[in-house]
Design a protein around this ligand. Sequence first.
Ligand SMILES: N[C@@H](CCC(=O)N[C@@H](CS)C(=O)NCC(=O)O)C(=O)O
Length: 211
Amino acid sequence: MLTLTTWDWVPDAPRGYVRDLRIRWALEEAGLPYVVQSTPIRGKSPDHYAHQPFGQVPWLTDGDLTIFESGAILLHLGGLSPALMPADRAGRSAVTQWLFAALASVEAASQPWSFHHFSGQVGQGPMWSFFADFLFKHRLPHMERVLSDRDWLVGDFSVADILMADVLRLVSRFDGLADFPICRAYVARATARPAFQKAHADQMAHFAAAD
Ligand SMILES: N[C@@H](CCC(=O)N[C@@H](CS)C(=O)NCC(=O)O)C(=O)O
């Protein structure tokens, strides 16, 4: 039995963007049965830290396994379904490298930029230009080029696309893809998938039920 844990409630701003969505999306793509359970956002328990050492979400339990980090969870799920990751060595390797790239190369650049937007600090602070250049000169132009000759990063569709599209989706939320039409089309293509639509609606309903 697969159990996905996320917050019991979040404010409006992050709804639709909490990282459990990545996992819901993969589970829906693969048609794997799962349940979602909540952990309190206020008053984190020792049990929470036992599953996620930084007191964050999401984490997944699969029988006696417990896994944190959205990329690691997606890799695990990729091993459970060919709808999420090819079974051959080359395909697995290609998906794995793009999972790491989405987190360590693209999200590492986009997250500080997004935080400036979330906190109303656009254009302000000593690091603004550094982060803006990091994202707009050194990451997005390369994603634009990579995606120019393919619909999906590896093969037909994989967990690498779930992660990369979700990372780029947050950039798009703050209009950061305005000059990157190929990335924009990629996000549109990914988020038009029924599995994304279901995952997004389910996350919104999950948090609304706690209001
Ligand atoms: N690298 C982690 C990041 C997890 C993360 O930032 N989770 C957010 C929700 S989307 C969270 O729990 N934030 C609260 C906090 O950092 O205390 C992953 O990809 O799973």
